[in-house]
Design a protein around this ligand. Structure first.
Ligand code: ZN
Ligand code: ZN
Ligand code: FE
Length: 755
């Protein structure tokens, strides 16, 4: 007997994930009449039935939702039954609340993979196969509500067969907005380096596979942009890609055709497997196996390599289960990844021998995400495709803030109520192309989320392009200190109120005293911070140049320690001093263009230079990364160091660590051992600082952030040492410790200050 009626409002990721067909089927099962519809806030249901049926229906909504659905809340309101005769799926109701969540791009599901491989299926070998459980989302959406006309599929008119699936509530493709088939949907073409089509009679995928097998470089248009692909076992091809891409040393990511192929090259833990095979399909940083046999120049000298599994139908088509291909982002050195066709062909024609392109536009560029496992939990190095635009849940509501992020590895952040939406990876905001894509992305995300920011948060650095952008917006601007933002990002993730003891180690960030900070010990809450301690300052003769040439920092440190006699010190650097060192020292002594930096990254640089590992870097953090590599697998010993209190601030004396290293070098210690000892010494000194400050303040909650904590050797050493003292440590778990997580902290602070 129909005696109960309810109106249900469901919020979360419930659109474009097969939610309405699921509701329709449930209604049948529980003898419910009424209707379901998408609205701008999520899904709305009116359900009538007997009391038991309604109860079962609501229960099942909660417990049996489709795999990609994420239910945030279900509100239930009892109302008068109207006596519906059946259950219907209504077409979208648009209203003004517009708070529905957009799904990230999702890897091809198992059923679609089977159809792709099934010779009898009408989508056999069709590289745009998708359903409500999988496929592109964020990258193709141009506006909300999410519907076919607001995606880049709008120009493809569905054939009768596709339309029938789309209209059938019980079909897996019911209202799957990117639904398509070979008859009506987009298609791939193979072009040569000049952009001219090659033999269209033959199967383009077979041709592409042949060219790749022959050592050619293939540019492949995928979900969020272009990849450059070569056979990962072909040494010559990989080297050619490296030289053409002007990317001397930075590791390439590798895509394997199957998990078994990953295991042949790398050690895969249960958590790593879970990440590799998740719907987000990030690049996972894995330790190489002894049997590792990929080209040396993929990740030169590195015990780890970034691997990922196929996620778009084109990857499943191209890679056989035992194939391993380099799949690096389709860009020229530091520019953003190409995603528009004409642009891609003009920019990549000097790199790629062939282009595999398609005619579905990518509206929003999304790079592959990069994650590694630290202490058995995910630790992001880049959060982008597969995760964006899923929000980070905040502890409480904030006013709408746009946080513009930093400069390197930029992302920005928008808040809406209790949610913080971090943008896709933008890249280094150092050139006009990247800046342009940044401005567009900021506009786009505001439109998709229907957020009109009331204030803008930015770094204190006046020269960051992001800061300059903030100033153009005619909104109240809230400046946030760089390292405070780093710490606040972790606090926001973990809903910490503070005060916490924050350790922020990175390269450089703007200090309000005119120096460059980056080895900071802060007491912080979400409004204020106090600089309780820091690494002692080192000189950066030549400013930016000293960051590219770590030997400049190193010679200054040696000179300070040993005077003119430093040239006779038994250090690899002193034995082979780079040309121009006298001029650098002279300039540093006079203080000409020689800023001071407390950056932990700069200390790593100096040590790498003194040990003779690297004098000039080709990408951010290279010297520090190589220092960690050399230390790999060696148990370090803590050398003597000096920690002291000066004018109410704790100082971790970098010079004391350098002096200890030089002393050990004189005694004949190896560079490998000293690289390990340096990590242990810095970890011990950091813990020493933390313990003293914890004792002085009574604060036992420790937060660690900053790009230097991408160094897992240092990170885990500190954690092991601190945990023995009964202190609680929080790390980034949803956002990266590098500047890719900065915007979340800026937003949290700006929002809190205005609350
Ligand atoms: Zn599917
Ligand atoms: Zn079709
Ligand atoms: Fe930073």
């Amino acid at each position: 007997m129909t005696d109960t009626a309810v109106q249900l409002t469901i919020s979360g990721i419930v659109q474009g994930v097969g939610f309405r067909p699921f509701v329709y089927n449930l209604a049948g099962k529980y003898a419910i009449t009424g209707w379901v519809a998408n609205n701008a806030g999520g899904v709305e249901i009116v359900a009538e039935g007997d009391q038991q049926g309604i109860a079962g229906f609501i229960e099942a909504l909660n417990t049996q939702a489709p795999p990609l659905a994420v239910i945030d809340s279900i509100t239930v309101q009892y109302c008068q039954p109207c006596g519906y005769g059946e259950f219907q799926i209504k077409t979208s109701v648009t209203d003004t609340a517009k708070t529905a969540l957009i799904s990230p791009d999702i890897a091809t599901c198992h059923r679609c993979q089977e159809e792709l491989r099934g010779p009898d299926d009408r989508r056999y070998r069709y590289p745009f196969i998708n359903c409500t459980n999988c496929g592109p989302r964020f990258s193709i959406i141009t506006d909300i509500p999410y519907d076919r006309p607001t995606t880049t599929m709008r120009n493809f008119v569905m054939c009768p067969a596709c339309q029938a699936e789309y209209d059938n509530p019980t079909d897996r493709r019911f209202h799957a907005q990117p639904n398509a088939c070979p008859v009506c949907g987009p298609a791939y073409r193979l072009l040569d380096a000049q952009g001219c089509p090659v033999d269209q009679e033959q199967d383009v995928f077979l041709q592409a596979q042949e060219q790749l097998a022959a050592g050619k470089i293939l540019a492949i248009k995928g979900i969020g942009g272009y990849h450059l692909a070569v056979n990962a076992k072909n040494q010559a091809a990989v080297s050619r890609l490296r030289s053409r891409k002007v990317r001397e040393d930075k590791p390439f990511a590798v895509m394997a055709g199957s998990l078994a192929a990953v295991r042949e090259q790398c050690i895969v833990s249960a958590m790593e497997e879970q990440l590799l095979t998740s719907a987000a399909r990030p690049i996972v940083l894995l330790a190489k196996q002894t049997a590792y046999n990929l080209a040396d120049s993929i990740a030169p000298g590195n015990p780890c390599v970034g691997m990922l599994l196929p996620y778009a139908p084109i990857h499943f088509l191209l890679l056989k289960p035992d194939d391993i291909w380099v799949m690096t982002s389709g860009n020229v050195s530091d520019e953003p990844v190409a995603y528009q066709d004409t642009d891609a062909i003009s920019r990549l024609s000097a790199i790629a021998d062939y282009f595999l392109v398609h005619n579905r536009d990518i509206h929003c560029r999304v790079d592959d995400s990069v994650v590694r496992v630290v202490l058995d939990k995910p630790y992001f190095l880049r959060r982008s495709r597969g995760y964006v635009p899923q929000p980070i849940k905040l502890a409480h509501k904030l006013p709408p803030v746009l946080a513009v992020g930093g400069e390197l590895k930029n992302t920005f952040c928008l808040t809406r109520g209790k949610q913080a939406f971090l943008s896709a990876h933008i890249g280094d905001l150092e050139n006009m192309i990247t800046y342009q894509s940044y401005c567009e992305a900021a506009q786009h995300l505001q439109k998709l989320l229907t957020v009109t920011p009331e204030m803008v948060a930015c770094d204190l650095h006046p020269e960051y392009l992001s800061t300059k952008y903030a100033q153009t917006l005619e909104l109240p601007v809230i400046g946030v200190q760089h390292h405070h933002a780093h710490i606040a990002a972790v606090m926001a993730e973990h809903h910490l109120v503070g005060p916490v003891l924050g350790v922020a180690f990175d390269g450089t960030g703007y200090g309000p005293d005119g120096t460059l900070w980056g080895g900071e010990f802060l007491v912080a809450d979400l409004r204020e911070y106090w600089r309780l301690g820091h690494l002692s300052y080192v000189k950066l003769p030549g400013g930016e140049q000293a960051i590219r040439q770590p030997w400049r920092i190193a010679v200054c440190l040696l000179k300070e320690l040993y005077g003119d006699n430093f040239v006779n010190q038994q250090t690899p650097l002193a034995r082979k001093l780079p040309a121009g060192w006298e001029l650098v020292l002279a300039a540093a002594e006079k203080g000409i263009n020689t800023p001071l930096s407390s950056g932990a990254g700069r200390l790593f640089d100096a040590v790498a230079a003194i040990l003779g590992l690297r004098q000039t870097i080709h990408y951010e953090g290279q010297a520090a990364i190589e220092l960690e590599l050399v230390a790999q697998g060696i148990a370090g010993q803590a050398l003597p160091y000096d920690v002291r209190e000066v004018d109410g601030q704790w100082l971790l004396d970098s010079q004391s660590i350098i002096a200890a290293l030089c002393q050990a070098l004189r005694q004949g210690e190896t560079v490998q051992q000293l690289a390990a000892d340096f990590h242990t010494t810095l970890a011990a000194a950091t813990c020493d600082m933390i313990k003293r400050m914890s004792k002085a303040t009574g604060i036992t909650t420790i937060v660690m952030s900053g790009g230097v904590f991408q160094n897992v050797t240092l990170l885990t050493k500190i954690i092991r040492m601190i945990e023995q003292c009964g202190l609680t440590i929080y790390l980034h778990r949803q956002t990266p410790p590098n500047d890719g997580g900065l915007a979340l902290g800026q937003a949290a602070i700006a929002g809190e200050r205005s609350r």
